[in-house]
Design a protein around this ligand. Structure first.
Ligand code: PLP
Length: 411
């Protein structure tokens, strides 16, 4: 079990008040809060060895380079990658997916090729493929979902075929909480010769993820959802696939030899890192990996699942609440999306905010999924290592207050 009280002490922001009430932060699926141990690495970098990487031959530059490259090795270990050559630092999940769309998909796909997606994708794992389809003539195909928001396996197998070049799928849905059977999907896709990109934005922060066990070709995730700062993300790629790809962006750092007419590229992974990277962000991401590994990734997952199950149970007690995604008893991510009859999710969020409770309301960058759910928007409470059942009790209490208020106003 996690020592949540001890963990909370590491997060200075959790001590603050919002509208005169203690902050109850239930929006970690959007971005997580940051512990002192991570914030300290930022301070240390900027106060003690701020310098550019790779280029300088002086003590500060050497230390910055050493810590930046050590961070890459740390991230590789965090996701079970073979080595640092598999880890490309990006700004976020979105940039990591776009890197694959531009550098792998665009030069390779043609009319007649197919990209297999699901209707539960975040726009970040949808728009890049729409752009690829538009420029190459490739076709997007969509797996059907079961009524409770899981991948319909029969539909997946029926759509998978010799035309499928890529399967791009989220590991955990940021709305439904569904955990997709990625390992089985990869095995099936590889049997027809397709590659698989896994959007790990909602899985890597919350559960053990091992790329060699999954055998996925690409994995994308964001530091800011896993205790690290904004502006640092990761693309994992299999070495042989990355080797075959041309660079995504051109500029300093990613070159070998440059003449006025042409250039050669550096070896992996630097071939894909043009310009000065987010040095402090990468170092802080390594500190976030240390923090999560010290807690135990299995423990982190179990805590999130317990909170999600408790939230499902408590929310079900409220008249007029509809819950989305798999019900209790099914493995799921640490979040719950819901609607309340007669109250728009934005109004729910506004009333909760008055009680110091931060949730998210809207389409959560998943408009096609909301169309499938037949609602314009949902409210979403999402949890992390610093949340307690007490936070969910506060949420439920505030939801009762929201309902009372609307009943009074509409009377
Ligand atoms: N994919 C999923 C499933 C997400 O939940 C998110 C963020 O909410 C993203 C991708 C995009 O992440 P970022 O905005 O950090 O690129």
């Amino acid at each position: 079990m996690l020592d949540v009280e001890g963990i909370r002490n590491d997060f200075p922001i959790l001590a603050r008040q919002v509208h005169g009430k203690p902050l109850v932060y239930l929006d970690s699926a959007a971005t997580s809060q940051k512990p002192r141990q991570v914030l300290e690495t930022l301070r240390e970098y900027y106060e003690e060895y701020n310098s550019n990487v790779h280029r300088g031959i002086h003590a500060l530059a050497e230390k910055a380079t050493e810590r930046y490259e050590a961070a890459r090795e740390r991230v590789a270990r965090f996701i079970g990658a073979a080595g640092p050559q598999n880890i490309i630092f990006t700004r976020n999940t979105t940039e990591a997916i776009n890197l694959v769309a531009y550098a792998w998909a665009r030069p390779r796909l043609h009319e007649g090729d197919e990209i297999l997606l699901t209707p539960m994708e975040h726009h970040s794992n949808l728009i890049p493929w729409q752009l690829v389809a538009r420029s190459t003539g490739a076709r997007l195909r969509y797996v059907q979902l079961t009524p409770d928001g899981r991948i319909d396996w029969t539909s997946f197998l029926a759509l998978l075929g010799p035309k499928t070049r890529l399967v791009a799928v989220t590991h955990v849905s940021n709305v439904l909480g569904t955990i997709n059977p990625v390992r089985e999907m990869v095995a099936a896709a590889h049997r027809v010769g397709a590659l698989v990109l896994v959007d790990g934005a909602q899985s890597v922060p919350h559960m053990p993820v091992d790329v060699r066990e999954l055998d996925c070709d690409f994995l994308a995730f964001s530091g800011h959802k896993m205790l690290a700062p904004t502006g640092i993300g990761v693309l994992y790629g299999k070495e042989e696939v990355l080797e075959e790809m041309e660079p995504f962006l051109g500029g300093g750092e990613m070159i070998g030899e440059v003449t006025l007419e042409s250039a050669t590229w550096r070896e992996l992974p630097w071939k894909f890192e043009a310009g000065t990277p987010n040095i402090a962000g990468a170092i802080a991401l390594a500190a976030a990996c240390d923090y999560l590994d010290a807690l135990g990734r299995e423990e982190v997952y179990r805590h999130g699942l317990e909170l999600a199950e408790y939230a499902l149970r408590r929310l079900q007690e409220i008249d007029g609440v509809t819950l989305y995604g798999p019900g209790p008893g099914v493995a799921r991510g640490a979040l719950v999306a819901f609607t309340m009859k007669g109250i728009h999710p934005h109004d729910i969020s506004t009333i909760l905010d008055q009680d110091g409770i931060a949730i998210r309301a809207g389409h959560h960058c998943a408009q096609p999924l909301h169309r499938w759910l037949n609602v314009p928007a949902t409210a979403r409470a999402s949890f992390y290592i610093y949340n307690t059942c007490g936070d969910i009790d506060s949420l439920v209490q505030s939801l009762y207050r929201a309902r009372e208020y609307f009943e009074y106003v509409l009377r």
